[in-house]
Every structure is written in structure tokens, then in C-alpha cells.
Write a protein that binds this ligand. Structure first.
Ligand code: HEM
Length: 417
């Protein structure tokens, strides 16, 4: 077989164990998750974080099929999911909120809400934000230089991502720090524990409602004002819960992801000095380079689940109505059947139909913004600090399957030890 492929072993198949998102090893052990991210496996059974059964698709074609299959839905069937959340103690207002996000809507309802945002986040409009994003990056780099213990996540990637999305939406500065704390709580609430996340979700919803009321009274040049205006147009009517959920999802989806892209992208470049040199010496390479970083580093490892409404065949197994499928984008993006030498970081890769932003009806709405932010953030970073390097062994700070990189201490100048 291919020299780069896995070595043949005669012992027990390490993949025979289930893909189990409820297993704490997915948070504590880098190896536990890694093997599910590094390449495709046949469709198999697994467990979701709440212990329920799922099918797991990791091959490129299998993942494409799942995401493009109209009979697979994002909303869990019937009332069972709702009931199960309620029975786990999730308060009803929070369940309602989860039920009205884009990511758990389907069909005409989903299109109605999605249409509102598609135009607002178009590639051309996002391009116009570039100078503002570059200013934010420069300001944060000034701050990074002044830090006694500079951390690329705490002092750069995270604030950059949250400032940009908050500016775009129109979330006033006074709420941003609090929002960052809430979103951290949510990101760390890996087990569905309502005690932990309910106050954060309620806090975010409260601020969002306040902002919506304020923009209704006095519109500004921001996305919340635009959504409020669209809400008043009868043909696109959104109810208030949907509007709140939409604004919240945009802030959440728009910053954890970009934070990961910047941090993981910087680490990947530092670990591939030839690619870093290419990146620094070819300013025009940005777009393609960042797409490759998305493919290779997988800022979002898997999508939300999809639920079968009819029997559907995926990779040789039949998924029955009511059953759930989880796709692992990270693995699909390392499928040697689609990508030549998928394990290589190759910023000049020409054929790169990666699935890092998903595919189909729920394809990422912020893809253009993410690529622009990633490019500006990484270019500005390495321009300012050409000698930047990790201050600790990268193995110490590596992400886990279910836990993003938490810290990234760096050294900025050549003479530091
Ligand atoms: C959906 C990835 C940045 C907003 C998605 C999905 C993926 C994804 C994989 C599909 C989820 C599914 O099918 O279940 C990423 C990555 C990003 C990124 C890797 C950065 C590197 C952003 C940004 C925004 C955003 C910056 C906002 C401005 C959204 C929204 C959806 C979405 C609203 C839901 C779309 C729908 O359900 O119709 N993203 N995203 N994302 N993303 Fe992103």
C-alpha cells in the first residue's frame, strides 16, 4: 500500500472501538480523537455527546452525500429531542432558542431566515471590511508586543475574532467582554449541563434583545439594524425568537471558528517552515493558502447531526428513519481518494474542494469573512513578528477532539530564550 498510509498491523483494529463523543478521552487524550481526524474510515456506529447512537461518516464521498442529501434533516424528528433536552433539565426557554437557530432549521423555514443573512455577508461586502480588520489586527499586535507573556490566543486570535464579528453585527463595546466570558462557558460546556450554559445563553439573549430594541428605535449601519429592518418587511417575517437566535448564532459561529483558524493556522505554519516562507514571500497566495489551512487544520471538526426521514444508503450502510448521522469534516478533508498527499500542508494546492465550511443547504455563511480574517490576521502577525515561535512544546498545547486549543504562548523576538 501507499508508503504514507497506515502501517498494516496484525493486532486488534484500534478503530474497532466506537467513535464515542461521550468518552472523556475525547477531551483529555489527544490520541483518542486524532485517529478519527487523520483520515477516512468506513461508515460506522458511534455515540453522540449525550450517549445516544449515531452513524459516523468520515470518507469524502460519504460526507458529501450526507450533506447534500435532502431527506437528511437538521431538525431532530418529532418531539423526542426536545423532550430529551427537557428531561435533562434544560429550561424550556433555552430549548426554544436552540430550536430556532439556522443550524436546526430545514426547508422553507431555513431558507427564509438564511436569505436574510446571505446578502449581508456576501464576499464583496466582506472584502470592504478588510481595512477595518487590518486596523484591529495592528492594534492587537501593539498590545501583544507589550505583554510580558504574550499568548497568541488570549491576546490576538480570540479578541480579533470577537471584535470583528461584534463590529459587524453592532454589538456595543460594553457587552463584548461579558460576551467573551459567556461564549467561553458555552465552548467549555462539552457535556450538556444546563446549570452551566443556561445563564450564559440567557445572558446573550438578553443583550441581543436589548440591541434589537435599540436598533429598532435608532438604526445604525450594522447587521442587527439590517436584520431588524428585514424583519419589518412582511415577506421575510422573522419572529422575535428567531431574530435573537440568529444574531446569537452569528456571533457564536463567527468567532470561535475564526479564533481556531488563526491559532491553528499560525501553529501549522510554524511547524512547516517551508510553507511559512512561501506564505511570507508571496503576498498574493493568501486566499488559496488560507483555504488550505482550513482543510489541514480543521477549525470545525464536524458538523451538526443530520436525521434520516427515509431510509438512505450512506457508504454501504442503510440509515433508517429517525437515526442520526455525524460527519467528520476533518477526516473527509484528509481523504487520499480526493486529495493528493492529504497529510501535507501545501499552500499552493490547486485541487482543493475541501469541506471545511460544510456543504449544501447549511454551507457556512461566514466563509468569505473567515478567509479574509484568516489572511489578514496571519499576514499581519508574521509581518510584525518574523521571528515568532512557540514558547512551549506544541504537543503541550495541541487541541483535543472536543477541546479547542486553549493557550498558545509565544516568543516574539529572536534573542529571547
Ligand atoms: C455553518 C465552518 C466561520 C457563520 C457552518 C458549517 C461549518 C462552518 C462546517 C456547517 C455546519 C453544519 O452543516 O452543520 C466554519 C469555519 C469557519 C467559520 C471552519 C472559520 C474558519 C464563520 C463565520 C461566520 C459563520 C465568520 C459568521 C459571520 C455560520 C452560520 C452557519 C455556519 C450562520 C449556519 C448556516 C446554516 O445553518 O444555514 N460554518 N465557519 N461561520 N457558519 Fe461557519
Amino acid at each position: 500500500h501507499d508508503a504514507d498510509g497506515p502501517a498494516a498491523t496484525s493486532g486488534p483494529d484500534p478503530f474497532a472501538s466506537e467513535f464515542d463523543l461521550s468518552d472523556p478521552a475525547f477531551i483529555t487524550d489527544p490520541a483518542a480523537g486524532e485517529r478519527w481526524l487523520s483520515g477516512p474510515r468506513p461508515v460506522c456506529r458511534g455515540k453522540f455527546a449525550d450517549g445516544s447512537d449515531i452513524w459516523v461518516a468520515t470518507g469524502y464521498q460519504d460526507v458529501r452525500k450526507v450533506l447534500g442529501e435532502p431527506t437528511l434533516r437538521s431538525r431532530p424528528p418529532g418531539d423526542s429531542h426536545r423532550q430529551s433536552m427537557l428531561s435533562r433539565g434544560v429550561p424550556e426557554d433555552i430549548v426554544d432558542m436552540f430550536d430556532s437557530t439556522l443550524l436546526t432549521m430545514d426547508g422553507a423555514d431555513h431558507m427564509r431566515v438564511r436569505r436574510l443573512v446571505t446578502r449581508a455577508l456576501s464576499a464583496r461586502r466582506m472584502q470592504a471590511l478588510s481595512p477595518a480588520i487590518a486596523r484591529v489586527a495592528e492594534r492587537l499586535l501593539d498590545g501583544l508586543a507589550a505583554e510580558p507573556e504574550p499568548d497568541l490566543i488570549a491576546h490576538y486570535a480570540h479578541p480579533l475574532a470577537i471584535i470583528v464579528i461584534c463590529e459587524l453585527l453592532g454589538v456595543d463595546e460594553e457587552y463584548r467582554e461579558q460576551w467573551r466570558e459567556w461564549s467561553e462557558t458555552l465552548a467549555q460546556a462539552l457535556r450538556p449541563d444546563p446549570e452551566q450554559f443556561a445563564p450564559a445563553v440567557r445572558g446573550m439573549a438578553g443583550v441581543t434583545r436589548k440591541l434589537i430594541d435599540a436598533r429598532r428605535a435608532a438604526p445604525r449601519d450594522d447587521l442587527i439594524s439590517e436584520l431588524v429592518e428585514a424583519q419589518e418587511d412582511d415577506s421575510e417575517r422573522l419572529n422575535d425568537d428567531e431574530l435573537v437566535a440568529l444574531a446569537m448564532v452569528l456571533v457564536q459561529a463567527g468567532h470561535e471558528t475564526v479564533r481556531n483558524l488563526i491559532a491553528l493556522g499560525a501553529l501549522a505554519l510554524l511547524q512547516h517552515p517551508d510553507q511559512l516562507r512561501l506564505f511570507k514571500e508571496n503576498p498574493g497566495i493568501g486566499d488559496r493558502a488560507v483555504a488550505e489551512l482550513v482543510r489541514h487544520t480543521a477549525p470545525v471538526k464536524h458538523t451538526f447531526r443530520r436525521f434520516a426521514t427515509e431510509p438512505v444508503e450512506i457508504g454501504g450502510v442503510t440509515v433508517r428513519p429517525g437515526e442520526a448521522v455525524q460527519v467528520v469534516l476533518a477526516a473527509a478533508n484528509r481523504d487520499p481518494a480526493e486529495f493528493e498527499h492529504p497529510e501535507r500542508l501545501d499552500l499552493t494546492r490547486e485541487h482543493n474542494p475541501h469541506l471545511g465550511f460544510g456543504r449544501g443547504a447549511h454551507y457556512c455563511l461566514g466563509g468569505s469573512l473567515a478567509l479574509i480574517e484568516g489572511e489578514i490576521a496571519l499576514t499581519s502577525l508574521f509581518d510584525r513578528f518574523p521571528d515568532l515561535r512557540p514558547a512551549v512544546d506544541p504537543a503541550e498545547i495541541a487541541p483535543r477532539y472536543l477541546l479547542a486549543m486553549q493557550r498558545f504562548p509565544v516568543l516574539l523576538s529572536p534573542e529571547e530564550e
